[in-house]
Design a protein around this ligand. Sequence first.
Ligand code: ZN
Length: 341
Amino acid sequence: MTSTNIQLNSNSRTRNYTYLDTLAQPDTNFKNKGRGKDETLLKRSTRKQFTQRITAELLQLDSKLHKQYQRAYYCCNGLQQEGKTIKTTNDYCNSRVCLVCNSIRTAKLINGYGKQLESEKQYFCCLTIVSVKQSELRKTIEEMTKHFGLILKLIRQKKGLKPDGIRRLEITYNKTEDTYHPHFHFLVNCKESAMLIKLQWMKRYPSVIWDAQDIQEATEGTLTEIFKYSTKFAIKSIRDKKEHYEIHIPSLDIIFSAMDGKRTVQPFGKYVKQKISEDITKEDIQEKEYNVEPRAYAKFEWNGHDWFEIFSNEALSGAEPLKAEFHFFKKKTPEQMVLII
Ligand SMILES: [Zn+2]
């Protein structure tokens, strides 16, 4: 078990939230298992291998995000060890395509907002629109963001409510229609506000079907769900006891490009004061000790599936190359893709 639990008190209840461990949260539950592998480093290796497989394909496109994909490809390539402490020798790429950075981001947001969100009842709701073509995607996201802000303003000024919460943007891609479906998930601390936000959204987007069931009291998994960054760039299936991933590269690039420079997680009300950025800064990466053999000083370079010591070629994590099969679609798309960024 490599996840980290945070226990948050809510009235008399105690809830456990489980989220992805990160560089900033090395696994404290780890017990040496034979070869003394560090679970955090193993997970980082898996994330890095996935990121490299995907960005290698994205780099073949003529994309405006070419440099960003390059940074993600090389993210955490070099590591250095002193004692049992390991740190990167280059900066984190901060890209949404990087699964290493996304896991740090998720933990950061949960740590930053978790206690406050848990201290009062929250309602969870989804705001959708009719799917759009690629050419309208960026403009549509901007409009949705504007409308959400205006709705909050209206509720505060005209209804006298003070909604506090967080909203998150997700985008899915539909292969059959070749359309994109941006939508918001939000958490808010008052049911009346949730209803009003939804009603006002329906007024602005009348083609959307009203679903009253959509407003639910947030549960244990909601917080993780709302902050969880995209690990779902692909359709996963198991065939012949093997994991298969189907990835449509052009739609992935279109979504990342539409989102470039925009926030996907936006707090409102009292949560704005927290000022937690989606960007990963040096403060977010605390140097911690890992479950590795201590060394006075050593430098490691990434090569395919692990980091190797530059002189002895000794592997750092003991990770294996991914056994999964990747199917990259350049023109033809797989059956159905869900991309969450
Ligand atoms: Zn990165």
